[in-house]
Design a protein. Structure first.
Length: 116
């Protein structure tokens, strides 16, 4: 079992920045990939960014390229999402995601609200 706990969400003005954190209950070295998804009201959950935890290969959705950066700290068992140049359309609940031994795990989410 892997528990994922997100933090760092909140209210920010357009153009501002936030950093989300996702702390895992197990060593992130044992997790194949971790990432962030988001779900806006009335919309499907969508991938924002992902990172493999042993080799830092990253993958970003087109709508965040150049604005968001995903990183991981295996010593702290934590994955981060640095979000810059935020837009109102980035408003959503952001969920941490992990894949380990073929099992998928989700955090409970953290709300990000970007005001115009």
């Amino acid at each position: 079992q892997v528990q994922l706990v997100e933090s760092g969400g909140g209210l920010v003005q357009a153009g501002g920045s936030l950093r989300l954190s996702c702390a895992a209950s197990v060593s992130t070295v044992s997790i194949y990939t971790m990432g962030w998804y988001r779900q806006a009201p009335g919309k499907q959950r969508e991938l924002v960014a992902a990172i493999t935890t042993q080799y830092p290969n990253t993958n970003y959705a087109d709508f965040v390229k150049g604005r968001f950066t995903i990183s991981r700290d295996n010593d702290k068992n934590t994955v981060y999402l640095q979000m810059n140049s935020l837009k109102p359309e980035d408003t959503a609940v952001y969920y941490c995601h992990a894949v380990r031994d073929g099992m998928i795990y989700w955090g409970k989410g953290t709300l990000v609200t970007v005001s115009s």
